[in-house]
Design a protein around this ligand. Structure first.
Ligand code: ATP
Length: 359
């Protein structure tokens, strides 16, 4: 169970070291990427700060060139920040020497890449055991742990197959098994599902969420796909031109975009699939019938997506109750609130003469 923290991290690419330090000072004063580019300097990551708690999936989302890969390469020590610190369980990774960093990388950090990176001439078991082999774990033990990881990833029985006998989705499961076999606490996933067909990709996302419920790794997941970010991320950082422009839950980003850029990004997201009852419910009001009144209407849980909540709401003649695991009512969702939320909750209610006619 590990915590990862970035504190005011910058990465500047420039020919001369003096130019990098000067660029950081200019960025601290508010300069942007374009101003520096004129001098042949690239500010790939600008003032990134965040904290990833144990068991959390932290998604870094942004378009091509926004700085995601550079940030990830600093998290695993392949690139040194120009300024700022990266702390892993309180230890400053940026202060480690090359040998110590290699040790941390091979024992405590696992990477899952976009293009599976499997060895074609090793069978599935040997591929899954590769990280342990690098660590020098004896053969019998690494094969046992690799087989366990393959089973976790739904590949029990495929140990003796060759990578080219597997579909893309299965190959990526081997990549995931290889990362899990090492028992590393921190999993860095770089566009790991981007090369997969949409349905397989969704399967892999489900599998990752399922595994995470029990394994509780600390995961940083890079993607350019907003829907993937929303499905996977406990917390999402949206990057633009090297900066994190917003950081929050899927709900924060959908309902309170930090600026016009984020707002335009999220406008096509299917809110009914991303937002859950938790986002719209009122605290349990007293006038909604519940079990104590003999009400047998269906209820939902706080994590029910709004799309499913709509289906329930259509069948219930009053607000839908939201219950916890013990069945206690923790809130309720009136139908008009639900409809407004799925549409656009920012719009004010309409004034219409028919209300006066009815009165
Ligand atoms: N070694 C390097 N030298 C100079 N500039 C670099 C280097 N690596 C990255 N950059 C620049 O830094 C910026 C951020 O690149 P980065 O690859 O981190 O973005 P990204 O969001 O991961 O994009 P993609 O999704 O296309 O990989 C880009 O302008 C890129 O050209």
């Amino acid at each position: 169970m590990s915590t990862l923290q970035a504190e005011h991290v910058y990465k500047v690419f420039a020919r001369r070291p003096g130019d990098r330090a000067a660029a950081v000072r200019a960025l601290e004063r508010g300069a942007d990427r374009d101003e520096l580019r004129a001098d042949g300097t690239t500010a790939a990551v600008i003032d990134a700060s965040f904290r990833v708690e144990p068991g959390e999936i932290f998604v870094v989302m942004g378009l091509s060139g926004s700085g995601k890969s550079t940030l990830l390469r600093m998290l695993n020590g392949l690139l040194e920040p120009t300024a700022g610190r990266i702390l892993f369980d309180g230890e400053d990774l940026t202060a480690l020497g090359a040998r110590e960093m290699r040790h941390v990388r091979s024992t405590r950090i696992s990477m899952v890449f976009q293009h599976f990176a499997l060895f074609p001439h090793r069978d599935v078991l040997a591929n899954a055991a590769y990280g342990l082999e690098v660590q020098g774990v004896p053969r019998a033990e690494r094969e046992r742990r690799a087989a366990e990881a393959l089973t976790l990833c739904g590949l029990g029985g495929w140990e003796k197959s060759w990578p080219d006998e597997l579909s893309g989705g299965m190959q990526q499961r081997v990549g995931l098994a290889r990362a899990l076999a090492t028992d590393a606490d921190l999993l860095l996933m770089d566009e790991s599902f981007s090369a997969l067909d949409p349905l397989i990709r969704r399967d892999m996302q489900d599998q990752l969420l399922e595994l995470q419920r029990t394994l509780k790794k600390t995961i940083v997941f890079i993607t350019h796909d907003l829907n993937e970010a929303m499905r996977l991320g406990d917390s999402i950082a949206v990057m633009r031109d090297g900066r994190i422009v917003q950081q929050g839950t899927a709900e924060d980003i959908l309902t309170r975009p930090a600026d016009d850029y984020v707002a335009s990004f999220v406008q096509d997201v299917d809110r009914s699939r991303v937002l859950t009852a938790d986002a719209v419910m009122d605290d349990a009001p007293e006038d909604v019938p519940d079990g104590a009144d003999g009400c047998t209407c269906p209820t939902v849980s706080a994590d029910t997506p709004l799309a499913d909540l709509c289906a329930v709401s259509a069948r219930v003649p009053h607000a839908v109750n939201v219950t916890d695991a013990e069945g206690a009512v923790v809130g309720s969702v009136p139908q008009d609130r639900l409809v407004a939320f799925i549409g656009d909750e920012q719009r004010p209610p309409m004034a219409c003469a028919c209300a006066e006619v009815a009165a």
